[in-house]
Design a binder for this molecule. Structure first.
Ligand code: 5AD
Ligand code: SF4
Length: 468
């Protein structure tokens, strides 16, 4: 398997980066070329955007939040739910005026939506001012595609070319200085019947063990204190290697790195979340006591129709084991309400699982049909209004649970990482290892540092505290 090709192999030979940099030095409206990158969707997209920013930095670009000021505007899109797609189409439409006013601006689109043929067909027909389109598999070729788009006078479309390879060495310009994302694998093999991701991000492939450990070490040395390992299903890390390694072994190795830092990871799939993994977390020094373990539905028939490959009992088994082994464990989950054919009684099974487990917070979604997935062809007899009612019931239930969860933390002392200043004067915001938000009075110099805070009050899902 070709698993060790570097980005440099693609871009050094012709040095598209240097050529693009020369072109942009002339084409830029200001002293330096400016790029405006908007990212939609999940953390994997955020991590991809950080790579695009790294490549653009090497071309001499600076960055702006204002699309009107930019020489290059790029939307990194998400296809997981219809709402995200609609927003992208709306926002791209609004860029037409900028292009009219500044014809030299290059407008580009990338990310998951660009790996769907019906989307790129629509873009090609209806949005002729979009000059560059590339999918998730073409990230490593960005300098070449960008160079072509600014020199060839034709629209550049590069999608649907999954060569099943991991490209190392793409420069990264991280948004944060103490919190950072670290992709460990790409793609997904699970084909949950509602989900578009396996079609837009291709088959699972893992980065090499040493590459991940070395990058984690570099980040820790550079001062990162909260690192999230990313993958659609981190529990199947290493399954494509000839010599098997497990995600638990990867965590164990990273945990050996000296320093004061936390490691998080997402997303775990319950079907292969092993007890070995829970033991590693329980015995580790740096792995946060937070487990994001999406169960999607609490009903076995629905889980089967979703192709999730576990049932309620197996989910509870692993969750109860984790609760027993990891003190102060914070559990979170993703849930879909209104999967095609889900009845109210089946939804009640989701609600009862939510109550039984006691999650600290939830990411909840109403089912959104995605063209090309099996679920989109299933009978969907319940109305959106009905599903919205169930959804509200779920939110209300979880609100009460989150509040109880937070109330139980009052009077205890927690180590927190200070995120930044809140909008209230002199108040800092921070997160516990379990990812719960804490606000407390403190000096700005603490931002980016760990501190010990005693919780004084719980306000729903936010805590108040004081430094100890
Ligand atoms: N409709 C609603 N929610 C979805 N998710 C994925 N696909 C869909 C869909 N078609 C949710 C799942 C997943 C999270 C990232 O997004 O809960 O875990
Ligand atoms: Fe989608 Fe399922 Fe893969 Fe998650 S595990 S990305 S929900 S197919």
């Amino acid at each position: 398997m070709a698993n060790n090709i570097t980005y440099k192999d693609f871009n050094d030979e012709k040095n598209y980066t240097a050529m693009a940099s020369e072109v942009m030095a002339i084409r830029a409206r200001g002293d330096v070329p400016l790029a405006c990158i908007r990212t939609y969707g999940c953390q994997q997209n955020v991590a991809d955007s950080e790579k695009i920013k790294g490549m653009l930095s090497d071309m001499g670009f600076d960055f702006t939040e204002k699309a009107e000021d930019a020489d290059f505007i790029l939307f990194n899109t998400c296809a997981v739910r219809e709402h995200a797609e609609d927003r992208v189409f709306g926002n791209v439409g609004a860029l037409k005026n900028i292009k009219r006013k500044h014809p030299s601006v290059l407008i580009g689109l990338c990310g998951c939506m660009m790996e769907q043929q019906h989307v790129t067909d629509r873009l090609y027909k209806s949005f002729p001012f979009v000059g560059l389109v590339f999918g998730t598999h073409s990230l490593h070729r960005f300098p070449e595609l960008f160079y072509n788009a600014v020199t060839v006078g034709k629209r550049v479309y590069e999608t649907g070319v999954d060569d099943k390879t991991v490209y190392e060495g793409i420069p990264t310009r991280r948004d944060g200085t103490f919190k950072g994302w670290l992709p460990i694998m790409y793609g997904c093999n699970n084909f949950c019947t509602y989900c578009i991701v396996p079609y837009t991000r291709g088959r699972e492939r893992s980065r090499k063990f040493e590459d991940v450990v070395n990058e984690a070490r570099d980040m820790i040395r550079a001062g990162y204190k909260d690192i999230t390992l990313l993958g659609q299903n981190v529990n199947s890390y290493g399954k494509n290697f000839e010599e098997k390694v497990t995600f638990a072994q990867l965590l164990e190795e990273i945990d050996k790195i000296e320093g004061d830092y936390w490691i998080r990871f997402m997303t775990s799939h319950p079907k292969d979340c092993s007890k070995e993994l829970i033991d590693v977390i329980a015995n580790s020094k740096h792995i946060s006591s937070h487990l994001h373990l999406p169960f999607q539905s609490g009903n076995d028939r629905v889980l089967k129709a979703m192709n999730r490959s576990y049932n309620r009992e197996k989910y509870l088994d692993i969750v109860n084991y984790a609760k027993e082994k990891i003190p102060d464990l914070s559990l979170t989950s993703d849930i879909i309400v209104g999967f095609p054919g889900e009845t109210y009684d089946e939804f009640l099974d989701t609600l009862s699982l939510v109550k039984e487990v006691g999650f600290s917070s939830l990411f909840t979604f109403i089912y959104s049909p995605r063209e090309g997935t099996p679920a989109a062809k299933m009978d969907d007899p319940y109305s959106h209004e009905e599903k919205t009612k169930w959804f509200a019931e779920l939110l209300k239930t979880q609100e009460e649970i989150s509040a109880k969860h937070c109330a139980a933390m009052v009077d205890k002392v927690y180590k927190v990482l200070v995120d930044g200043k809140s909008d209230k004067d002199g108040i800092l915001t921070a997160r516990t290892s379990g990812n719960i938000i804490v606000e407390f009075p403190g000096d700005e110099s603490l931002v980016g540092q760990f501190a010990n805070v005693k919780i004084t009050k719980a306000r729903h899902w936010i805590l108040n505290g004081e430094l100890v």
